[in-house]
Design a protein around this ligand. Structure first.
Ligand SMILES: *[C@@H]1O[C@H](CO)[C@@H](O)[C@H](O)[C@H]1NC(C)=O
Ligand SMILES: *[C@@H]1O[C@H](CO)[C@@H](O)[C@H](O)[C@H]1NC(C)=O
Ligand SMILES: *[C@@H]1O[C@H](CO)[C@@H](O)[C@H](O)[C@H]1NC(C)=O
Ligand SMILES: *[C@@H]1O[C@H](CO)[C@@H](O)[C@H](O)[C@H]1NC(C)=O
Ligand SMILES: *[C@@H]1O[C@H](CO)[C@@H](O)[C@H](O)[C@H]1NC(C)=O
Ligand SMILES: *[C@@H]1O[C@H](CO)[C@@H](O)[C@H](O)[C@H]1NC(C)=O
Ligand SMILES: *[C@@H]1O[C@H](CO)[C@@H](O)[C@H](O)[C@H]1NC(C)=O
Ligand SMILES: *[C@@H]1O[C@H](CO)[C@@H](O)[C@H](O)[C@H]1NC(C)=O
Length: 615
């Protein structure tokens, strides 16, 4: 009698967002079994017993996503590798084999044993409605299925007549040529199955366990799996035995080859299942370690829902952005802010320079509205706005793609001893540009867009040092993202209008306040609230007020005003106690205040200062 034992180790099956499992050892394995499959007390999984004509299946219980939501879209790239050893203790060759299988259901109901490998039956062999992909390890030549020999590896698509197959062999290193292998030699071997979803290519590679993965695959088949694999499929193993013609022998578990830890870098978690199969015609001792890692798929996984279809042109592929930013390398990091990190990139196809903002965003709620807004904002076109080219969505993450602005954000040129400072005309150009961009958002576009976060770090400088306002509409994300219980004020401290701090409501007027603070920031080269140095904690607006008070005109200027030689300064002033500005009047300021009772904004102050060329 003959035994066949397979021990499979599946590693870190992370094919899709919704699949993440880890098994440590046979005992904790949680697989969907059928046929004669059962666990043995020592933690192995026995797929068939020593009765003839058996079959068994072991499937990962949960479905694995192979495509995104479109039914006719590409299959994601995936790869799997498993280690096995088949030992024959009988002089008689024969028995049957096993297969790695991707099928629409857990198990393959109605499939036959023997040469059918538990995969198909005669009635459905080759039927395109099967949606089954398998890689067989066959030790019997079945002429009914055009098998090439009794020791081969084959790619089976919907049927047992292999689409492509090869005698067991591997390419030795350094052009050592093709070396034969015998599947039933008892030696552990490793099999890799890889599918490249972009090039629609299936590679199957075999090697002895002590040999690194050969450079060249044993079988390389160009075949699109899109018509075969549905969106979600089940992965597992199928095995069958033939008819009895020998004597069963005790399984010698101690002789099992040690399960190889092929994992290492990317595959740390092993799912380990044992699959002993007792064959009546042969004794097989096979140890298989399966390491299944649809790594590429996981790496490039993104979220795409049906409502996003209309945004096709604005939607970027994550893979494209990944390549553009060289895998979001730290070296490509342009900056980081409250919303997330920004990376520089070059789009692989158009060679356009882009900036990619990665925002972690857990909340799904409101995402649809937010994306709709992003897309509509993407239609804004103004020379003083940073063009938003599009977006990409992943689980818990949103990526926004902007035009790359060569000279970076304005704040770099303002504080912390910048290497390059801007002169007055450059600063004025920036301010005028931002004002014009904001005016467009508020009044010139078809909808009113409240920016909510006007500040120097959101202003970018293009190649000609034009100021361009970025990040418009992003503030909405905070709204969607926050717990409704916590009232979140959107914006940045120091730029928030006093009434906004109270009501939390952003309007075009609150944008104007922020713009005023921004003006002071650019004019003075100071932060709206100084974070360090002797002026730490000083609010810029207050500081400007206090300077203003010392700026009484000289008598020479008074005479010039009165003579009409220079224009009278336009002063409008109101102590802001009523709206909460914490400006503490110094001695002697009362009269001044009373004389200028109309409203003051940072804007009018700086405008007049700037226009008169003062600093
Ligand atoms: C998968 O599960 C493990 C253990 O539960 C967890 O540590 C890991 O972060 C998960 N990975 C992902 C990508 O969800
Ligand atoms: C095994 O799978 C079942 C159903 O899929 C699940 O309820 C159970 O928690 C799983 N057990 C382990 C140990 O993963
Ligand atoms: C093998 O399993 C089958 C079905 O489960 C059962 O009928 C048969 O008795 C078993 N044979 C042995 C030797 O345990
Ligand atoms: C697989 O997808 C095809 C269409 O592509 C569909 O006809 C079939 O019912 C699906 N099979 C399963 C098991 O979902
Ligand atoms: C498989 O190959 C056999 C032998 O050539 C042939 O008779 C049979 O029709 C083939 N089946 C399919 C589904 O192609
Ligand atoms: C394919 O299988 C389906 C369902 O099993 C069956 O109805 C159909 O007749 C089969 N087609 C062929 C060509 O065998
Ligand atoms: C390798 O196997 C092939 C096919 O079975 C056979 O034709 C060839 O002679 C074998 N080569 C060696 C060196 O054994
Ligand atoms: C298949 O092998 C060929 C040749 O080594 C290689 O160029 C190709 O990238 C491989 N494809 C996959 C999907 O691994």
């Amino acid at each position: 009698m003959f035994f066949k034992l397979l021990i499979l180790a599946l590693a870190n099956l992370a094919a899709a967002e919704d699949v993440n499992f880890t098994y440590n050892g046979f005992r904790s394995a949680n697989l969907s079994l059928d046929g004669n499959a059962q666990f043995t007390p020592n933690g192995l999984l026995m797929m068939t017993n020593d009765t003839e004509d058996q079959k068994g299946h072991a499937f990962y219980p949960n479905p694995v996503t192979f495509k995104n939501s479109y039914s006719n879209s590409n299959v994601f790239s995936f790869s799997t590798t498993f280690v096995f050893a088949i030992r024959s203790v009988s002089a008689t060759p024969g028995g049957h084999g096993m297969a790695f299988v991707i099928a629409p259901q857990r198990g393959l109901p109605g499939a036959l044993n023997g040469p059918f490998l538990g995969l198909f039956k005669l009635a459905n062999n080759g039927n395109t409605t099967n949606h089954v992909f398998a890689v067989e390890l066959d030790t019997v030549q079945s002429t009914a299925f055009n098998d090439i020999d009794n020791n081969h590896v084959g790619i089976d698509i919907n049927g047992l007549n292999s689409t492509d197959s090869a005698s067991a062999a591997y390419y030795a290193k350094k052009n050592g040529g093709l070396r034969n292998l015998t599947l039933i030699s008892g030696k552990p071997m490793q099999l890799w199955v890889e599918y490249d979803g972009t090039h629609k290519q299936i590679n199957v590679t075999l090697a002895p366990i002590n040999v690194d993965k050969p450079q060249a695959p044993l079988i390389s088949l160009n075949h699109d799996l899109a018509p075969i694999l549905n969106k979600t499929m089940y992965v597992g193993f199928s095995s069958s035995t033939g008819s009895m013609n020998g004597q069963a022998q005790e399984l010698v578990l101690s002789q099992l080859p040690k399960l190889p830890r092929v994992g290492g870098k990317k595959m740390s978690k092993l799912l380990i299942i044992g699959v002993p199969v007792i064959s009546v015609s042969l004794v097989f001792l096979a140890i298989s370690g399966v390491i299944y890692a649809i790594r590429r798929k996981r790496k490039f996984a993104e979220l795409l829902e049906d409502w996003e279809l209309e945004y096709g042109p604005q939607r970027f592929k994550y893979k494209e952005l990944y390549i553009a930013t060289k895998g979001f390398r730290e070296k490509e990091l342009l900056g980081r802010g409250g919303f997330g990190k920004v990376y520089k990139g070059i789009l692989p196809t158009s060679k356009t320079e882009i900036a990619v903002k990665r925002i972690s965003h857990e909340s799904r709620q409101g995402m649809k509205e937010f994306v709709a807004e992003i897309v509509s904002v993407g239609r804004l076109r103004h020379r003083n706005l940073v063009p938003l080219l599009g977006y990409c969505r992943r689980k818990g993450e949103l990526l926004l793609v902007y035009d790359y602005m060569r000279n970076g954000s304005l704040d770099k040129y303002l504080y912390n001893q910048p290497t390059v400072t801007l002169n007055w005309s450059q600063r004025f150009k920036v301010i005028r540009g931002v004002a014009s961009g904001l005016f467009y958002l508020h009044e010139e576009w078809e909808q009113v867009v409240v920016h909510r976060d006007v500040k120097a770090s959101n202003v970018l400088l293009d190649g000609e040092l034009n100021g361009r306002l970025g990040d418009f509409g992003l503030a909405r994300l905070y709204d969607h993202g926050t717990d409704p219980q916590t009232t979140h004020i959107v914006g940045t401290v120091g730029y928030l209008a006093p009434e906004q701090a109270r009501s939390g409501k952003a309007t075009t007027s609150t944008d104007v306040f922020s713009f005023g603070a921004f003006l002071l920031e650019v004019a003075c080269g100071r932060r709206p609230i100084e974070r360090q140095g002797p002026l730490q904690g000083v609010i810029l607006v207050d500081w400007v007020f206090s300077c203003w008070k010392k700026a009484r005109p000289s008598m020479r200027q008074v005479v010039q005003y009165l003579e009409g030689d220079i224009a009278f300064p336009e002063l409008s002033f109101l102590w802001h106690s009523s709206i909460g500005l914490t400006f503490a009047p110094h001695e002697g300021s009362d009269d001044f205040a009373k004389s200028y009772p109309s409203s003051f904004t940072g804007l009018s102050y700086v405008e007049s200062t700037l226009l008169s060329g003062g600093r």
